[in-house]
Design a protein around this ligand. Structure first.
Ligand code: DGY
Length: 364
């Protein structure tokens, strides 16, 4: 399969190129040495790294000075077979949250010395299996907290005040002379003076709490570590669920948090409450939320993340009223995605050098 001369190196044909995708292979160092007698030998001294998508910013260009990169250039994320093709002879893997790295995959990648995910969440990687094989796993905490908090708050405001439905109404021609100002149209719930429950008081949860205080909200917080945060009243989980007008989720998906917001919990939320999820879909019983939106028990919800991504065609949230659905874009700002790529490359290079990763995520 023909691939192109791109930033990272020499155009080549990848022997295993999949039918719907392409790999681009090369390195800046390799380019600089092209033409020299020993170029091929020296190129083969560089560690081999498989990168599962192009990344914003110049992090990959820097990585290409130290490694022989193969960058997936196919449409969308690589399929599992493409991922394996790319990684099976690699020393390093730079992946995304769309790439499943499980024990069977690791078994088939015997050379892998480091895995670096360009994400803070690492629920797509079997950390126990990686740790057991002595493979350090890196992630990108910290740099996306403010951007994700901005987006969480945007969703909260939009859900409270029907912003998306009102926009659709205007575009679809509903705003006619007969409906020029409707005293009962698009009535939402007030954000100011309301109580926000923040589930998870890590960097994103704390950043959302700070925004909420600026909007005149009372803020309750719960975290498994029983973290104390200025301006946030720490309460038990049940109290948060029962007392909050808005509940926003900021937890990693782990065996402990999977299904935390189950049917019984959704039913215990206040009548007329709004639920926002920018964390991970597996934390929430989506069917229970859809049912409570239909019954009117919940006034609204906004989800950026789903149990299955991309969202399954039969996901009950798609047919539920008063819910805003976005395609996992909480961290999607130009500068944040570039900073995530920078951290991912720092982790990867440290791992290739046999150094501790600046942001390691291993678990045994
Ligand atoms: C992450 O990095 O885990 C986020 O979900 C991306 O937005």
């Amino acid at each position: 399969m023909l691939v192109y001369l791109l930033t990272y190196g020499v155009a080549t044909r990848h022997p295993d190129g999949g039918s719907r995708g392409a790999y681009c292979r090369g390195s800046e160092a390799g380019n600089a040495r092209r033409g020299s007698r020993n170029a091929e030998d020296r190129l083969s001294d560089l560690p081999q790294v498989f990168v599962t998508r192009r990344l914003p910013g110049d992090a990959l260009a820097r990585l290409s000075e130290r490694a022989q990169l193969t960058v997936w250039e196919g449409t969308g994320a690589p399929e599992p077979s493409d991922l394996l093709n790319g990684a099976q002879d690699a020393d390093g893997l730079l992946c995304l949250l769309t790439d499943r790295v499980d024990a069977a995959f690791l078994e088939r990648c015997p050379r892998l010395r480091v895995i670096s995910s360009c994400s803070v969440g690492v629920d797509h990687i079997d950390l126990v299996a990686a740790t057991a094989r002595g493979i350090p796993v890196g992630h990108t905490p910290g740099v996306l907290a403010q951007t994700t908090a901005d987006f969480s708050f945007a969703l909260l405001l939009a859900a409270a005040r029907h912003v998306v439905a009102a926009d659709r109404f205007v575009r679809e021609g509903g705003w006619t002379w007969g409906h020029r100002w409707d005293p009962e149209g698009f009535l939402g719930v007030d954000v100011h003076g309301a109580t926000l429950g923040v589930v998870g008081l890590g960097a994103v949860g704390r950043a959302v709490a700070a925004r909420a205080r600026g909007f005149g909200m009372r803020v309750l917080g719960w975290s498994r570590r029983r973290r104390e945060v200025d301006g946030v009243q720490r309460v038990e989980f049940d109290a948060l669920i029962e007392r909050s007008d808005f509940v926003t989720l900021h937890l990693a998906l782990t065996p402990d948090t999977r299904g935390l917001i189950d049917r019984a919990t959704v039913l215990r939320m206040r009548a007329g409450a709004v639920l926002v999820n920018t964390a991970r879909g597996g934390i929430v019983d989506e069917a229970a939320v859809a049912a409570c939106l239909r019954s009117g028990h919940l006034a609204g919800a906004a989800f950026d993340v789903f149990r299955d991504e991309p969202i399954a065609a039969d996901n009950p949230l798609l047919a539920a009223p008063n819910v805003i659905l976005t395609p996992h874009i909480g961290s999607a700002s130009v500068s944040t995605r570039a900073r995530m790529a920078d951290l991912a490359v720092e982790n990867l290079l440290a791992g290739l050098d046999g150094q501790p990763l600046p942001h390691g995520a291993n678990r045994s």
